[in-house]
Design a protein around this ligand. Structure first.
Ligand SMILES: [Cu+2]
Length: 581
């Protein structure tokens, strides 16, 4: 019988040598017969509760017994049988304490292999939870005990790294109390976990994307919009712009691969109509721990009437930045403090980047209150900047210290060739650190940009990098192939790092989309111009046509996954193994 093969690498062969033998896609087929065989198991019936979700448990714990199993979860209008942690979507919030020795016993009652990856957690490689790299996965009916010391604090999350379990609902929040007193004071503490839910099965979505990349993108520019644009910008520039796009085989409105046509955007497991609500007393300082646990969706978040002080990014404290709005990429986390004064409700509004829908919740002094929901902004339109052809330097880069950020024209020798797996080349990639992202520039609000993030503590490892690894993010939108340097995972060799070395990763995005790039096991210190106070992250958005770099100290040995956290990009090739030895 064909079992789910996931990222399976035969365990008796050193995985580092087996980059080519990985079967990536078998799990997409072959699951349904198994599912039918096990269908007699009565799954639990679960409904998301708008009252309890998002509330951080009152105490930390270092010992957990958790069960992964099927449950019938009804989010939209009919129950879906999905893999869950302890029966809910999202799974329980796990509250840990820095310095504790942690034990998590996971029992797998699914009829397929599972795994839990602790996203952003610095643990030994064999505890990282990636089947085929860290361990063999947790077989059906089996237990696995994760056991490691907690050496960090902040907001993180966990998710399955098997099959498409994460896209179906197997994720949850982690809150780690710091050993030292928290520099940020607050009276209320809420997790705001965002996700994208669909009653369409992940393998169906992938098949449709491979058949037609803009399948879920219903807003192609029409002849009518041509005349509208021509009236605004003139016929010749508009025609030239359209012809350029036609030549690139791309659509300027292609913002997200998968849209609100099939996604319902959730806040703590609640639909916009269910209206998740966090209660406060006027004048209280409320900490909101935003986590983007989506498969494919970026959100732009604001709370009309309230300013947000961003105090933490990806679990690491930053100097507070006061903003009206921020973008959160898939797998990123941001902690904010808000302080509502009035005896009134406020809407937490998280519109998807492509403006096809939103997640929504409420902060209010009493349950049952609500505030107006703002209209969604205009859909972003990609420009030549996103194609990596910003001839005039593109966006305003402010007065950043460019010393930190090497800016060379792309070396011709390094750029991967244009072929079926690589459709575009950013000839003039630019530093987009000061750019909040497409659709957010000049919107009249104060929007967070990566350049605003400044760590509260200087870097632990202050050595300069001894070498630089440059990777292009590449893809063919039409074929729906993604990769690094024009190679998908199955064709690429692992990236070797020497234990103890300090390396600069430079990423150049040749594609027309943002990619949230996640390196497991090691911190990514984003070179945004703050020198020793560069922010420390685990997931970094590379904007289209953008070039950025970050420093990595290879201080933990093992095999680490390195991938785009848009799950269908990861699945279709934007994945590498980094080997520290
Ligand atoms: Cu991607």
């Amino acid at each position: 019988m064909q079992h789910n093969a996931e990222w399976t690498i035969p365990m008796h062969i050193p995985p580092a040598l087996k980059g080519r033998n990985v079967s990536r896609r078998q799990f997409i087929t072959g699951g349904s017969a198994l599912a039918a065989m096990y269908a007699f198991r009565p799954p639990q019936q679960v409904f998301a509760s708008s009252h309890t979700s998002g509330i951080v448990p009152p105490h930390t714990s270092s010992n957990f017994d958790l069960t992964i199993g099927w449950a019938n979860v009804n989010i939209v209008d009919k129950p879906q049988r999905v893999p869950t942690m302890n029966g809910g979507v999202p799974g329980p919030i796990l509250r840990w304490r820095e310095g504790d020795d942690l034990r998590l016993n996971i029992h797998n009652t699914l009829d397929e292999t599972t795994s839990i990856h602790w996203h952003g957690i610095r643990c030994p490689a064999h505890m990282d939870g990636v089947p085929g790299l860290s361990f063999a996965g947790i077989a059906p009916g089996a237990h696995f005990t994760y056991h490691f010391p907690i050496k960090q604090s902040g907001t993180y999350w966990y998710h399955s790294h098997s099959n498409m379990q994460e896209a179906m609902g197997l994720y949850g929040a982690i809150v780690i109390d710091p050993k030292e007193p928290d520099p940020n004071s607050y009276d209320q503490d809420y997790v705001i976990l965002l996700s994208d839910w669909s009653d369409v099965a992940p393998h169906t979505i992938i098949n449709k994307l491979k058949f037609q990349d803009d399948y879920y993108n219903f807003r192609q520019r029409t002849a009518a919009s041509f005349f509208h644009d021509a009236k605004k910008s003139g016929v010749w520039p508009t025609l030239k712009d359209r012809m350029q796009w036609a030549g690139m085989n791309m659509s300027a409105t292609d913002i997200s691969d998968v849209s609100g046509i099939i996604y319902t955007y959730l806040m703590n497991g609640c639909t916009p109509a269910a209206n998740w609500t966090g209660i406060f007393k006027p004048g209280e300082r409320i900490r909101l721990r935003f986590i983007n646990a989506s498969a494919m969706t970026f959100y732009d978040i604001r709370i009309p009437g309230l300013q947000m002080d961003v105090i933490q990014a990806d679990g690491n404290n930053v100097e507070p930045v006061r903003v009206d709005e921020f973008r959160i990429g898939v797998a990123e986390t941001y902690d904010c403090i808000v302080q509502p004064q009035g005896n009134q409700a406020y809407t937490i509004f998280a519109q998807s980047e492509d403006r096809t829908g939103y997640a929504r919740g409420t902060l209010a002094p009493h349950s049952g209150m609500s505030a107006p929901i703002p209209p969604m902004d205009e859909r972003p339109v990609r420009t030549m900047v996103d194609m990596g052809m910003a001839m005039h330097g593109g966006h305003d880069m402010g007065d950043m210290d460019m010393h930190d950020m090497p800016m060379h024209p792309v070396a011709k020798t390094h750029a991967p060739p244009l072929n079926v797996e690589n459709q575009n080349r950013a000839a003039m990639p630019i530093n987009r650190m000061a750019d909040p992202g497409d659709g957010l520039q000049n919107n009249g609000r104060r929007v967070l940009a990566y350049a605003d993030l400044r760590a509260t503590h200087p870097a632990t490892d202050q050595r300069p990098p001894s070498r630089e690894i440059t990777l292009h993010l590449t893809g063919n939108m039409e074929r729906y192939i993604w990769g690094f340097d024009g190679k998908k995972f199955s064709e690429a060799e692992p990236t070797p790092l020497r234990l103890g070395e300090r390396v600069r990763f430079t990423l150049i995005n040749d594609t027309m989309m943002e990619h949230p790039i996640h390196l497991h096991g090691l911190w990514s210190e984003l070179e945004n111009g703050n020198g020793l106070y560069n922010p420390v992250k685990h997931t970094i958005i590379v904007q289209p046509g953008g070039r950025l770099s970050y420093l990595v100290s290879a201080d933990t040995p093992g095999l680490w996954a390195f991938h785009c956290h848009l799950l269908y990009h990861m699945d279709l090739g934007m994945f590498r193994t980094v080997v520290v030895s």
